[in-house]
Design a protein around this ligand. Sequence first.
Ligand code: ADP
Length: 305
Amino acid sequence: MTPSATLEAHALTKRYRRTTAVDDLSFRVRPGVVTGFLGPNGAGKSTTLRLFLGLDRPTRGAATVGGLRLAETPRAMRVVGAMLDARAVHPRRTATDHLLAVARAGGVHRRRVPEVLGLVGLADAAHRPAGELSLGMQQRLGIATALVGDPGVVILDEPLNGLDPEGIRWARTLMRDLASEGRTVLFSSHLMGEMELTADHLVVVHHGRLLADQPLTAFVAERTTRRVRARSPERERLAAALDRAGVTTRVDPVAADALDVTGTTTDEVGRIAATTGVALAELTDVRDSLEEVFLAMTAARKDAA
Ligand code: ADP
């Protein structure tokens, strides 16, 4: 493995004719953790990744890998491995031939090819034409392409697309393993549940602008309203007792027997229920999912705009 490096966007801006795809973005992506690049469609994620890879030139600012633009970096494939579009493979080429061509172009020894095919679980499909592979297998081949140079930095655009649940779990474990080997791992996804399970750190963009750059747990914790979910066959009596105790309650419209209680703890709700003689069917600490936090945040932006 080549040494890992930090990715850095510095006042990065990319304008197309009418669109500002990336607008003054500054952030760093560090080695040893999985960083999720999150944003709705059209937020500027792919453009940013292309700028890091030197496939496009910024209008202003810079995108660097280990302090250098990738175009200035010798043996770039060993420094950064990327998958932008898993379908960018000639359909009649076999998986092995495709990877051999990639290895040759990057000055990587051909013995790496069976190694990466094994790594992505495609050893049995090594001699099948890429066009005959399932979407999930093409995705695995795309990931293999990124890993040919055994790079210290791995960039994957929507790597979970087209994978079945087993494949998603595999990709998640792979990304976590790559990071724990000390590599810099940046992946984009619009599947927020998956991102929540995979990423340690988040870079969040919306309309080309940076909304957040922080650990995932902090991103959620800072924006969530903690609440207690209580279910009881005597919901109204429980609500009245909580009300008397000065605790804020909100009746949950989802379930007929549920209450959402803010400004308190499970301990206190349990104590009040016991004193009142009300049976409880459930008492849980609830926090918003990444998806709920993200949607609330982008909706608030839309209102403000
Ligand atoms: P994401 O990857 O987050 O979905 P993109 O980076 O693909 O977002 O796109 C960001 C914005 O830039 C979109 O409005 C898109 O239409 C525009 N865009 C991207 N590439 C080009 C291009 N080559 N020419 C013109 N507009 C583009």
